[in-house]
Ligand binder design. Structure first.
Ligand code: SF4
Length: 370
């Protein structure tokens, strides 16, 4: 990442809870020829930015598909990114005229809403799942577009949980400022807002994602700290100390909130049952073994390594059911509809329902309108 890109990165990261649309279309990365791989992604600005950074030095085509400004996982899970969107993007970009091969690489996390066989049927292009995390793309491309099993696992390292916790500051800032303004006056509102902005910027500046800033990282961090201290001191002096308690209250609330979200990140997503989101989708992934033909499509898209191929029996096995987050990707991709969700009362939800419904932010399924 270039230093000048930092403010834009910060903005896109701080507001990543909101949809933010990047331009759609087919874009060259490096100097791709007609034989270069085609990577598909959604038009969430932050993802496109990060992809461009991660793929620096590679030669590839990036097909940015309209996902309504959401990231790929949320968009596919919520019905905002489907195979119809990808087929449409391929046609609009005249992909068949631009490349000499007939393959596109799909983001694995799109498997909850993108039926890959429909893309092949409509366009003649074969599809292949890429790794779950975009950081693994250079290695994936380097070994001829092959995914290692470990790269299918969706892990959440500590620094990413910290980032996910910090992204709640931006909406909090928007809500809090007018409340403080009316309750305590403009000085307190400005002090609170400045405190939040400095905290968000400092948190993000510490993240490994900004490592490419290299020698600029420490000066930026110190700069934010200095700005925060000066802003706080100036406001306190101007208000005769009246903003001290609101500042302390806001800072303490922020720290407690960040800590709770850090520990219970899963509560902020519909798919992970957690302390906050206790009853989300209490279903068990179940295999109808008689239908399974051992294609392994489900194993390739499971982000939690719940499923495993038994090569000797040529059947899939459910190895770690407790790890299942009920994303439904395996059910959507199974060519024989061999997987389903079973609930405690004995009721089941099978593939046609999963394919025609999507999860909303509360973890409830709604019918997909195509
Ligand atoms: S086994 Fe569970 S976590 Fe894995 S793809 Fe299927 S629904 Fe998702």
């Amino acid at each position: 990442m270039k230093l000048l890109d930092f403010p834009a990165y910060l903005r896109d990261t701080a507001f990543r809870l909101l949809p933010h649309r990047a331009r759609t279309g087919l874009f060259p990365i490096g100097d791709p020829g007609p034989g270069a791989p085609v990577l598909v992604t959604g038009n969430f600005t932050l993802t496109v930015r990060r992809l461009r950074d991660v793929l620096a030095g590679q030669a590839a085509w990036l097909l940015v598909v309209n996902s309504k400004g959401f990231n790929v996982w949320c968009a596919a899970g919520g019905g905002h990114l489907t195979h119809h969107d990808i087929i449409s993007a391929m046609r609009v970009a005249h992909l068949a005229d631009k490349v000499s091969h007939r393959e596109v690489i799909l983001p694995q996390l799109a498997a909850t809403g993108v039926e890959r066989r429909a893309i092949t049927t409509a366009t003649g292009f074969e599809t292949r799942w890429g790794p779950a995390r975009l950081e693994d793309l250079p290695a994936f491309l380097g070994r001829g577009s092959r995914v290692f099993n470990a790269e299918r696992f969706m892990r959440f390292p500590g620094w990413e949980r910290q980032e996910m916790a910090a992204i709640w500051y931006a909406p909090a800032l928007i809500l809090l400022t007018p409340i403080l303004w009316f309750a305590l006056g403009p000085a307190a509102a400005l002090a609170g807002s400045a405190g939040l902005v400095v905290m968000v910027a400092t948190l993000f500046a510490m993240l490994p994602r900004f490592n490419p800033l290299g020698r600029w990282r420490l000066p930026i961090l110190l700069g934010f700290g200095l700005f925060g201290a000066l802003a706080g001191w100036g406001l306190l002096a101007a208000s005769g100390g009246a903003t001290l308690w609101p500042l302390i209250a806001i800072g303490t609330t922020n720290l407690i909130g960040t800590g709770l979200l850090f520990m219970d990140l899963s509560g902020t997503t519909p798919w992970y049952p957690s302390v906050v989101n206790t009853g989300a989708n209490p279903a068990t992934i179940t295999l109808n073994e008689a239908r399974c033909n051992g294609s392994g499509d489900c194993v390739m898209v499971c982000p939690r390594q719940v499923l495993k191929m038994n090569g000797r029996r040529r059947k899939v096995e459910i190895r770690e059911p407790a790890q299942c987050i009920q994303c439904g990707a395996c059910i959507v991709q199974c060519p024989r509809d061999a997987l389903l969700f079973r609930y405690a009362d004995g009721s089941t939800v099978e593939a046609p329902t999963i394919r025609n419904t999507r999860l909303n932010l509360l973890g409830k399924r709604r019918t997909l309108h195509r």
